[in-house]
Design a binder for this molecule. Structure first.
Ligand code: GLA
Length: 666
């Protein structure tokens, strides 16, 4: 009897639950109703019912009233809780990018397994419909990848995108919020003089020479150079070396810096020939903090801050304006309007830059160099007047204005290029570097075309002194962390970029995105990188021999940010005269060991932990091709750790790094 009653009760309970679950209604949840702030993307922000550039959603002439406009590389993760659901959408490139060079691949993955792919889609391709049943998927990812030609014009629409499910679903950020203390490892410079920065410098015969000896130590410092080549002088109070060398050749000089506590000496090689940028560029660029509101006064303050912060004493040299200094004819802001060029076709700056020559004179007077930006197309990426068909004039103008560095983009040249062939990709850079070579001024050339056509294979041969290897690292503020790991680690390794960088031509994975950055909404915000990720960026860039161009607010440097930018032993890895980029030697899941060979026979080694938990990492000398006892020095802490026979171990923080340098022990 008792058992019978229990069975009855059980059956009733089961029926009750079945009824509840059957009665749960299927609802349609549009993608636009999820928290789109969790969507990461390579440019701009996700827009509801509009394209990334704020136009009505439209794919191949068909308009869609609802959906999300995004931009490659884009990703949003949605927690489906392993419950059944259905996802439907129309995918395609928005017509705002019609006749442009965009191409993308929409990918839907469930718990990291690909469930659906659109294949390469180009502007004008009819929307592809996706309709998939999802079962037992915990995290569904909607991804838009660039289809191999960079992210330019990759305006991607998830039109009429929605889920049908009985459950509650929510977007989860690919990145959780992590709070870590900002621990300063870099010791403060001592009072004794120390000479820092590059040990080699290239100049062309007959060009104006400017190099400021970077040195720390209690001020005042007295600067001298022994064996200075004929034509140059050194200012004893500022350390600025100026003049002109007429005769090509290698000149070995000795820097000597003295103060009341002592003196330091170091050899310095001046190579007077055809090559510039014998070590990776070090400096500051306006883009990621001031973007389209950069002015003359901002640039002057940045230059002054490079001196007052002491960055100049560690080798930082270039103060570079990015986009937005020329006229923008479509602007509503009168300070950007005016005649694009004078009657001789010479380009004009906008009213925010009333006197370029006096600005560069000021930058030079501080012992620094000045950089400018333009694009080979008719317009820059931000829609300002650019160089197309005025290349000779514009370079002549930059020479008159006194610039020392040119960042040459790709934007809007895709309207001009006839096709995707290598020769079309190379044409504007060959043209500009031929013009630069004719000038009686040394201008370092940075190619900013996002890695198109494997630029690393030919960037140097077309005259580039560095070339961007990927899209904008900071294209989306929230996405900087993801981009750091993708562009910083994987683009480099996948393409074996160590084979291509070297003296005169460097791989450029974009700027150092630490300190205060633009939040792209008119204000600034602290870098979204965690403190350990910031150590990772600087360490990785130095191991790769990448340019060290800081693009946060240089007038607002907190102690932590300054300590990251000014560790001389870490910078030495970047600036090593051998100029051999390091590479990944070992990968074990999330753990990577990178190594860079140094001129003195030592090796710089980075132990990187890409995983989410602190972990103990081991490195065996034999795996690195090193044998015998090694003297190990911790570079961030600038501390000897002792002698290690066969291997070295260290705990490495989540997304963090331990950076050491090893020398064969006597
Ligand atoms: C491109 C470049 C950026 C910056 C902007 C300016 O996106 O990659 O570094 O120069 O243009 O508009």
């Amino acid at each position: 009897m008792k058992i019978k009653l229990m069975i009855h009760a059980g059956v009733i309970i089961v029926i009750f639950f079945l009824m509840i679950s059957c009665s749960r209604k299927q609802t349609v949840i549009p993608l636009t109703e999820l928290d789109l702030s969790k969507m990461e993307q390579g440019y701009g922000r996700p827009h509801i019912d509009l394209s990334v550039t704020n136009n009505p959603l439209s794919i191949a002439g068909k308009t869609f009233a609802t959906g999300v406009g995004t931009h490659a590389s884009s990703r949003i993760d949605i927690d489906l809780g392993r419950k059944p659901a259905r996802f439907t959408a129309f995918t395609g490139i928005d017509d705002a990018a019609l006749n442009r060079r965009g191409s993308v691949n929409f990918v839907i993955s469930g718990d990291d397994k690909t469930l659906w792919e659109s294949g390469t889609m180009s502007p004008g391709d009819a929307a592809k419909h996706v309709d998939i049943e999802l079962n037992k998927v915990k995290i569904l990812s909607l991804i838009v990848r660039d289809a191999g030609d960079g992210i330019d014009y990759d305006h991607a629409d998830w039109a009429e995108a929605s889920f049908t499910t009985t459950e509650k679903i929510k977007a989860t950020g690919p990145r959780e919020v992590i709070t870590e203390p900002k621990i300063i490892l870099t010791p403060k410079p001592g009072i004794q003089p120390r000479i820092n920065g590059a040990k080699i410098f290239g100049v062309r015969p007959g060009s104006a020479f400017l190099f400021t000896i970077p040195a720390t130590g209690e001020k005042p410092l007295k600067y001298e150079v022994l064996n200075l080549p004929e034509g140059l002088v050194c200012n004893a109070a500022t350390g600025q070396i100026t003049g002109v060398i007429k005769e090509p050749g290698d000149y070995l000089a000795t820097f000597r810096v003295t103060n009341k506590s002592g003196s330091a000496e170091r050899q310095f090689k001046i190579v007077c020939g055809s090559e510039l940028a014998l070590t990776p560029h070090m400096g500051w660029n306006s883009w990621y903090v001031w973007e389209n509101h950069v002015t003359d006064s901002i640039m002057r303050k940045a230059a002054a801050a490079m001196v007052s912060s002491g960055m100049i004493d560690h080798g930082y040299m270039y103060v570079n304006i990015d986009d937005c200094w020329s006229i923008k004819q479509t602007s509503k802001d009168s300070s950007l309007l005016g005649e694009p060029r004078d009657k001789n076709g010479m380009i004009n700056s906008n009213k925010r830059f009333p006197d370029m020559k006096s600005m560069t004179d000021y930058i030079h007077s501080l012992g620094l160099k000045a950089g400018i930006y333009t694009s080979p197309g008719p317009r820059t990426c931000a829609g300002h007047v650019a160089a197309y068909q005025f290349e000779e004039n514009d370079i002549q103008r930059f020479v008159e204005w006194g610039f020392d560095f040119l960042k040459y983009d790709w934007c809007t040249y895709n309207r001009i290029a006839m096709n995707d062939s290598l020769s079309e990709l190379q044409k504007p850079y060959i043209l500009i570097s031929e013009i630069l070579k004719k000038q009686n001024r040394d201008i370092v050339l940075n190619l900013c075309q996002y890695g198109l056509g494997d630029v690393w294979k030919w960037g140097k041969s077309v005259g580039g002194n560095s070339w961007r290897t990927a899209g904008d690292l900071g294209g989306s503020f929230e996405g900087i962390g993801t981009a750091l790991f993708r562009d910083g680690f994987d683009v480099f390794t996948d393409n074996e970029l160590q084979k291509y960088g070297g003296p005169g031509g460097w791989n450029d994975p974009d700027y150092l995105l630490i300190g205060y950055l633009s939040n792209w909404e008119g204000g600034t915000a602290p870098s979204p990188l965690t403190p350990n990720e910031q150590y990772t960026q600087i360490s990785l860039w130095c191991l790769q021999a990448a340019p060290l161009i800081f693009s946060g607010d240089i007038t607002r440097l907190d102690d932590f940010t300054l300590s990251l930018l000014t560790n001389d032993e870490v910078i030495e890895v970047d600036q090593d005269p051998l100029g051999k980029p390091g590479s990944r030697i070992i990968k074990n899941g999330d753990l990577e060991i990178w190594m860079k060979k140094m001129e003195d026979g030592s090796s710089a080694i980075g132990l990187f932990n890409r995983g989410n938990k602190e972990i103990k990492m081991n490195v065996n000398w034999s795996d690195l091709g090193i044998s015998g006892k090694q003297k190990v020095r911790d570079l961030w802490r600038q501390k000897d750790l002792g002698t290690y026979k066969e291997k070295f171990s260290s705990r490495v923080a989540r997304h963090g790094v331990e950076m050491i340098r090893v020398w064969p022990a006597k």
